[in-house]
Design a protein around this ligand. Structure first.
Ligand SMILES: NC(=O)c1ccc[n+]([C@@H]2O[C@H](COP(=O)([O-])OP(=O)(O)OC[C@H]3O[C@@H](n4cnc5c(N)ncnc54)[C@H](OP(=O)(O)O)[C@@H]3O)[C@@H](O)[C@H]2O)c1
Length: 290
């Protein structure tokens, strides 16, 4: 089983090196930057190819690891050049797109997939350090993808399967769990700054609390990890919070706090907050409906 890459950027080079370190054969790389291609192939004892079709000719698994907006064009070009056939598994590593981006190759009889590492790779060496602990998703519907699962078993990476129609939901969830946590932290730190604490110090002070919460979620799941005034049904404190945001320029924060509070209340009602009257009082405060 030989793996070839079209696009020798951060992900392809680090992932190729990761595969190679687990005795998986890399056929080689093609990239429009000769220096990147030379580095990637040197690091994996593989061949710098002259063009993308040569990658296909010399590989069982073809990974198109260009930027997302180039993947379809590269795949379509390979198909037009008759470089793809029934023996090929053709994949990409984008989180946002499904394997349907490669449907031209499917028409040539190839098995299609996307293999997405749940990790941010800004730099190759750091990526190499992070890859052993990285979880992957493998999306695609073809039974031949068992081969890709076997590769993941060989590297020791955990991996779950996704149906093509669920890829958007998967990527959306990853954005919520990564990007929107940033938004939430920015919100908390901005409110803290309003109280006179500089964001940098605020973050250092809150970090053990944030880490403790994440550790609790890992141990008990989100609903049981909830602590604080909503979980306790503490109406006085929630009223104080809403009043504290009743100041000039804080209307958007107040709306965000109330909206998140109502979502938190819904979560608390599932497990920790069993008294119906307390939950109703909290809902009224958060809805400004007292
Ligand atoms: N970076 C991350 O954190 C991360 C994480 C998970 C998944 N991914 C996915 O991994 C894939 C690769 O991302 P990356 O960050 O490694 O990209 P990258 O560093 O930008 O590397 C892509 C390489 O492909 C080359 N390329 C583009 N079009 C080409 C073509 N037609 N023929 C040959 N080479 C071509 C690019 O050259 P130019 O620079 O000239 O375009 C560049 O050298 C993407 O699908 C991305 O969504 C990335």
């Amino acid at each position: 089983m030989k793996i070839g890459f079209i696009g020798a950027g951060k992900v392809a080079t680090a992932f190729g090196r990761h595969l190679y370190a687990h005795d998986i054969t890399i056929s080689g790389y093609f990239d429009r930057h000769p220096e990147k291609m030379a580095h990637a192939s040197r690091s994996t004892a593989s061949t710098p190819f002259q063009n993308a079709a040569q990658v296909a000719q010399n590989s069982d698994v073809i990974l198109i690891t260009t930027r997302d907006d180039q993947i379809k064009a590269v795949c379509d070009d390979l198909c037009r050049a008759n470089a793809i056939g029934t023996s090929h598994l053709v994949g990409h590593m984008s989180g946002a797109h499904s394997s349907l981006l490669l449907s031209e190759a499917g028409r040539k009889g190839a098995a299609l997939f996307s293999l997405h590492p749940l990790q941010a790779f800004a730099q190759e060496e750091k990526a190499l350090t992070d890859l052993p602990g990285t979880y992957f998703s493998l999306e695609g519907a073809d039974p031949r993808l068992a081969t890709v699962e076997t590769l993941m078993e060989k590297t020791g990476n955990r991996c779950f399967r996704l149906a093509p129609e669920h890829k958007s939901l998967y990527h959306l969830a990853a954005c919520v769990l990564s990007n929107y946590i940033v938004t939430l932290m920015d919100f908390g730190l901005a409110v803290l700054e309003k109280g006179g604490i500089a964001p940098q110090e605020g973050f250092q002070a809150m970090l053990p609390l944030i880490q403790g919460t994440i550790a609790n979620i890992a141990r008990m799941g989100p609903a049981r990890a909830l602590t604080g005034p909503i979980a306790r049904g503490d109406a006085t404190t929630i009223r104080q919070h809403m009043d504290a945001l009743n100041i000039d320029g804080a209307q958007q924060w107040r709306e965000m706090y109330a909206w998140l509070g109502l979502k938190t209340l819904r979560l608390a009602k599932k497990t920790l907050l069993s008294e119906k009257d307390k939950a109703e009082t909290l809902a009224k405060i958060l809805n400004d409906d007292e």
